[in-house]
Write a protein that binds this ligand. Structure first.
Ligand SMILES: Nc1ncnc2c1ncn2[C@@H]1O[C@H](COP(=O)(O)OP(=O)(O)OP(=O)(O)O)[C@@H](O)[C@H]1O
Length: 767
């Protein structure tokens, strides 16, 4: 069969599949319009179809039942409608591009050859008998990603199926037309990859489903490991693989796993929005995505302020010589370690006999149960009971005491004076709840009123007790640094204590204290062990400290974790020690996958940045040609803004749409913004930026994590900015954000990280 013929055959098949899709669409449309009409009808006539009668208590009950029935019917129809809309969306995606791959597979021994077409979702023919397209996540589709033509095998629930692949083909199909078609070996899509990676950076990440690489497929389909650790070079597709893995798991465990069971910790809000399109593009709902800071904030008292990791970073970078910084660095160091976790454990043991601080329970500013009473009750409980269990007992006791108090307060005069607390609806509710009361009997009516008012007054107090607010956690945690003396203290313990005690007095938790504080809180109040989370993904895991990992293991004991990161990009203070990304740091059962090939940047950029990458691991560039990175040395007369403007214009003229000026700190970023703001449209990215648009962006390196741009300019690549070992990872992270162009500017002597790179890896210009 000639190539041309084969292509026309393939196009005929695409046409056939397109027709099948159209037929399915038609069927679904008619079904959908029926359901839609029914939904609209139900909504329009909702109140006509329910019987509303509030005259007698019986009628009220009947009315409620009728409303309930009607709304259940409505939500059932709405669900069906939602499902049909989802199916229609998938069909529309398939119509545009029904598949991207084909393998011809002969199951051994001697079976007939099957043609397997692979796309973003499955599609059956009109008789619902044969697969016209297999979902990329189906077991058989793994052949496509894992093997070149020749012997191959895949796993099913019934065991391994072996055979031979006689053809492996890729397609680029757009609007139902084959635009490209290549037969290929194991590396899927050199041509295809060249095309996609050569395009402009996108403001939202794209799925890589058509060109997943063998190594990445191991991450995506891994089902065995409780802990999967992925160390991957910058741009090696860790984030992409993580998102494809989520989509895979949602397919594999369809019906058992819902988006709420999966949590993704992302490095910053901008990143969250950057990746938010990938799962919907693959036809899946987005999972819960949050930063670790949000996670902590949601669990800590609202009146405590948590410093963000970026504020900590900015402090470390800009105030290195300020008073108190040395103590702060020791503080950060110690509180990032597992040693501090053990120290907290020791303190908690000490609290078993004394020291927990409680709060008074007050009513109308009067103490009704004092903190001393609560403390005495707590410490009188059997000493073998664990602290969190004792807290539960205190809670029950307090609620019982409160009920007694509520009963006695009810008959006091002031209660009736507060009857105005109740509005009309409350009256109605109170009557419904007390239907046996004869409303014509004034004594009974007053009694009911008193009960209702008392209930209302005590409700907020009960709520606070149920939230364990009777324990003064910040004050108790402060005791660790003020009252208590550990058996063995770390060096500089006294200074660490002074600094921490003062912060706690101001209800301020520096980033290094945030996780320890929550750990301590859980130790005395009980952890909200998050059983509903079945899969936890941590991207940029190199930025988590040993303490934070230990904490996460404690609160997610039943959760399967996927950690993805790059030790070369560890930019936060003291995160490298004890980080599981470094081999040898984790003892428990885990699986480790290393990705060494970098897809984001051109070969020239990868070769240049690998020369000063902090780690020694091999980093292989994907073979995409580009320009050498440029080092521009400014002479005395040239202004920085002039050089920036000139280069920005050049970059824009040559089609670069997202250009990032990546600074070391926010402080530097403010300076560059002030310099350019009135000369050219620029946008400054801060911690609060939730989405980014095309254009020229100015940002500190720690906010550029995980994101990529067409071109990157480093406005100050001098030795003053990047000289210490810690600066190496910052410069490496900044430079590896570039897909096509990298420009570094330096007025003074350039950083040695650049100068020590072989001269043929970059070009130098004097301006
Ligand atoms: N198999 C692939 N097919 C197509 N594109 C890919 C593939 N793998 C990675 N890429 C592309 O390479 C770029 C980098 O991927 P990604 O952001 O997932 O890497 P990363 O390892 O998380 O990077 P970093 O650690 O530097 O943030 C993205 O543009 C992604 O689309």
């Amino acid at each position: 069969m000639s190539d041309a013929n084969s292509r026309s055959n393939e196009q005929q098949r695409v046409d056939y599949v397109t027709r099948e899709i159209e037929m399915k669409e038609e069927k679904l449309y008619s079904k959908s319009s029926g359901v839609k009409e029914s939904v609209m009808d139900l909504r329009r006539n909702f109140w006509e179809d329910v019987t509303v009668n509030l005259d007698e208590p019986d009628d009220v009950i009947e009315t409620q039942a009728s409303i309930k029935q009607q709304s259940e019917l409505l939500s059932e129809r709405e669900r069906t409608h939602g499902k049909i809309s989802g199916e229609l969306k998938t069909l529309s995606r398939l119509k545009d591009s029904p598949y991207f791959g084909r393998i011809d597979f002969t199951e051994s021994p001697g079976n007939i050859k099957e043609q397997i077409y692979i796309g973003i979702a499955s599609l059956m023919d009109h008789d619902e008998e044969d697969f016209l397209v297999y979902d990329w996540r189906a077991p058989i589709s793994s052949l496509y990603y894992d093997y070149p033509p020749g012997d191959a095998a895949y796993e099913t629930i019934d065991g391994t199926i072996s055979g031979e692949i006689s053809l492996k083909r890729q397609f680029i199909i757009r609007r139902g037309l084959i635009q490209g078609m290549f037969d290929t070996g194991v590396t899927i899509g050199d041509q295809l990859l060249q095309q996609t990676l050569g395009n402009n950076a996108s403001t939202t990440m794209k799925s890589i489903v058509a060109t997943i690489q063998q190594e990445q497929n191991k991450i995506i389909r891994n089902e065995r490991s409780k802990l999967l650790i992925v160390q991957g070079a910058a741009g090696s597709g860790k984030t992409s693989a993580a998102l494809q893995r989520i989509a895979y798991l949602m397919y594999r465990y369809r019906g058992e796993l819902n988006p709420d069971n999966v949590v993704l910790f992302s490095p910053n809000p901008l990143f969250s929005s950057y990746v938010s399109n990938v799962l919907p593009e693959l036809g899946e709902e987005n999972v819960r995505q949050l930063t670790f800071q949000d996670y902590l904030q949601n669990r800590i008292e609202k009146n405590m302020t948590i410093e963000s990791p970026f504020e900590q970073m900015e402090y470390v970078l800009t105030q290195a010589d300020a008073d108190g910084n040395a103590v702060r660095m020791k503080n950060i160091n110690y509180k990032s370690s597992a040693d501090f976790k053990h120290l907290i454990d020791q303190f908690v043991v000490h609290l078993e006999s004394k020291g927990i601080q409680f709060k008074n329970i007050t009513l109308q500013k009067q103490i009704i149960i004092s903190s001393d009473e609560i403390r005495d009750y707590f410490y009188a409980l059997d000493s073998t009971i664990a602290i969190p269990n004792k807290m539960e007992l205190v809670l029950k006791w307090l609620l019982k005491e409160l009920r007694k108090r509520q009963k006695s307060e009810k008959d006091k005069d002031w209660i009736l004076e507060r009857a105005e607390l109740l509005d009309k609806e409350d009256y109605l509710k109170a009557y419904q709840e007390n239907q046996e009361i004869d409303v014509d009997d004034p004594a009974l009516e007053e009694e009911m009123l008193r009960s209702e008012v008392a209930k209302r007054i005590f409700a907020p107090i009960k709520k606070r007790i149920k939230r364990m607010e009777f324990v003064n956690v910040p004050a108790t945690y402060r005791q660790l640094f003020v009252e208590w003396t550990p058996d063995i203290a770390t060096q500089d313990w006294n200074e660490i204590c002074d600094q921490t005690a003062e912060n706690l007095l101001n209800r301020f938790l520096p980033w290094e204290d945030a996780t320890p504080y929550l750990y301590f809180r859980n130790s005395i109040l009980g952890a909200d062990s998050s059983r509903s989370v079945r899969y936890l993904f941590i991207d940029e895991a190199q930025d988590f400290s040993e303490f934070q990992f230990a904490y996460l293991h404690d609160v997610f004991p039943y959760t399967r974790m996927t950690l993805l990161g790059d030790v070369n990009q560890a930019i936060f203070a003291n995160t490298a020690d004890g980080n599981p990304l470094i081999p040898g740091k984790v003892e428990e059962h885990h699986e480790r996958i290393t990705l060494t090939k970098s897809y984001r940047s051109t070969r020239q950029i990868v070769e240049f940045t690998s020369c000063f990458a902090p780690g020694k691991e091999k980093i292989e560039p994907f073979n995409r040609e580009g320009f050498l990175p440029q080092l521009i040395r400014l002479n005395k007369k040239t202004e920085l803004d002039q050089t920036l403007m000139e280069n920005l214009r050049k970059l824009q003229d040559s089609g670069n749409e997202t250009i990032a000026i990546i600074c070391k700190t926010m402080e530097e970023s403010h300076g560059v913004y002030t310099l350019l703001n009135d000369k050219i449209p620029v946008k400054q990215i801060t911690e609060e930026t939730y989405a980014f648009e095309k254009g020229i962006l100015i940002l500190p390196v720690y906010l550029a994590k995980g994101i990529e741009f067409d071109a990157v300019i480093i406005p100050d690549a001098s030795i003053q900015s990047y000289s210490r070992e810690e600066d190496r990872t910052l410069l490496y992270t900044a430079c590896t954000r570039a897909m096509h162009h990298l420009i570094m500017i330096s007025r003074a002597e350039p950083s040695e990280f650049i100068l020590n790179t072989p001269r043929d890896k970059y070009e130098e210009k004097i301006m």
